[in-house]
Design a protein around this ligand. Structure first.
Ligand SMILES: Nc1nc2c(ncn2[C@@H]2O[C@H](COP(=O)(O)OP(=O)(O)OP(=O)(O)O)[C@@H](O)[C@H]2O)c(=O)[nH]1
Ligand SMILES: [Mg+2]
Length: 366
């Protein structure tokens, strides 16, 4: 079912280092990792046993709990929120790391290598994904089972595909809540992979402590393909695939990024973003990347920026949800539903000024 293909921008004659994958349709997960990708049904929900199950780090229960909060049904919403409320006191003690980069940069391969290394050091690793395209491909992280095979089999890991909620906002809410559940289950490193296609980077940045931008050398002018705005979101740039005869090009790219970073705004106050190289196939640079993340946590915790960012993120999420709910209930009102098309017609034929139409609509509401 997996179709290997190269991204459009891959240089002519390049090898598999640029390969990316498209997963067609829905697949039943391979038996060896089925516990990680099976989306459990939540027909009869018993909150108490779910809470206990998550707290005792039962992965099946964690998976069920995530399915419950991902559910779009009103009936599940209340139960999901109750579950979250009870687990909230057990959440928070992790480092949340966002990983972005163009398709084929090696994010999943990196997560496999980095995750396994972290587990060796005694950490427990959860991997979540935000994939804006997953509503089309029906959960493309399923294709990542080949990239994260060893990690997904490990008892100290938990891998969850992107929720198929369609719109990014919905996916984001569910991912935020999944982070909390994973933390309550004792995962202390949370990795969130997102494909670098624009909007999703900003969304992931708004829910993580540390943001890692994965790049590769040799895709033309290093700084051309990537927007300045995305670099300014990053706490670290990792030039991946620094192995074989690609080492020199990767080093060069690293230097170019480091030069450019002098002129750009850094994502986190009092933290200097820099570029490093790594190889996700032979593990070079992995340990150094973790050391950088550790230093980040130590220095931002000391200065209070770590906690401050989480508080700000929570407040912004709160505000976003309020705005969404208010808008939703506004448009749900039958009087609004009725008069909207009439007013729309009036403004389109020039019968009514736009601002007056808005005023009329709002007056109707009160
Ligand atoms: N030589 C080399 N190849 C790598 C490295 N990391 C990844 N690759 C290869 O690059 C290709 C893409 O890797 P993935 O990990 O699937 O990339 P990705 O960024 O997760 O891609 P999407 O999920 O499609 O966005 C695969 O063929 C990997 O084997 C590396 O460090 N060195
Ligand atoms: Mg991937």
């Amino acid at each position: 079912m997996t179709d290997k293909r190269k991204p459009e921008w891959a240089p002519e004659g390049s090898g598999t280092e640029f390969a990316s994958r498209v997963v067609v349709g829905k697949q039943s997960p391979a038996s060896s990792i089925s516990q990680h990708v099976t989306v459990h049904q939540v027909k009869h929900v018993d909150i108490t046993s779910l809470v206990e199950g998550v707290k005792s780090c039962n992965r099946t229960m964690l998976s069920k709990a995530i399915t419950l909060i991902e559910s779009n049904s009103d009936k599940h919403f209340e139960k999901g929120q109750e579950l979250l409320k009870q687990l909230l006191p057990y959440s928070g003690s992790s480092i949340r790391i966002g990983i972005t980069g163009v398709p084929g940069a090696g994010k999943s391969t990196f997560i496999e290598c980095f995750g396994l290394w972290l587990i060796e050091q005694g950490y427990r690793v959860a991997v979540l994904a935000i994939d804006p395209s997953s509503s089309i491909s029906k959960g493309s992280i399923l294709g990542d089972k080949t990239r994260m095979e060893l990690l997904s089999r490990h008892a100290d890991s938990f891998i969850r595909p992107s929720p198929n909620a369609g719109v990014l906002g919905g996916v984001a809410r569910k991912t935020r809540e999944s982070i909390l559940l994973c933390e309550a289950a004792g995962y202390n490193v949370i990795l969130i992979e997102t494909v670098g296609v624009g909007q999703s980077e900003t969304t992931v940045r708004s829910m993580v402590d540390f943001f890692l931008l994965m790049q590769i050398a040799g895709a033309g002018d290093e700084l051309q393909g990537i927007k300045k705005g995305i670099i300014e979101l990053a706490d670290l740039i990792v030039v991946n695939k620094a192995d074989g005869d690609n080492i020199q090009r990767a080093e060069l790219a690293k230097q170019e990024y480091n030069n450019a970073l002098h002129y750009l705004r850094h994502a986190t106050e009092a933290w200097v973003t820099k570029a490093v190289t790594c190889s996700s196939v032979n593990g070079t640079g992995i340990k150094e990347i973790w050391e950088i993340i550790q230093n980040f946590k130590i220095s931002t915790s000391k200065s209070g920026i770590f906690t401050q960012r989480r508080t700000t993120q929570n407040t912004e999420w709160f505000n976003t949800l309020i705005n969404e709910s208010v808008l939703h209930s506004f448009y749900q009102q039958s009087r609004i539903k009725e008069s909207l098309p009439i007013l729309q017609k009036k403004i389109s034929i020039g019968e009514l000024p736009v601002a007056m139409a808005v005023a009329e609509l709002l007056n109707q509401k009160t």
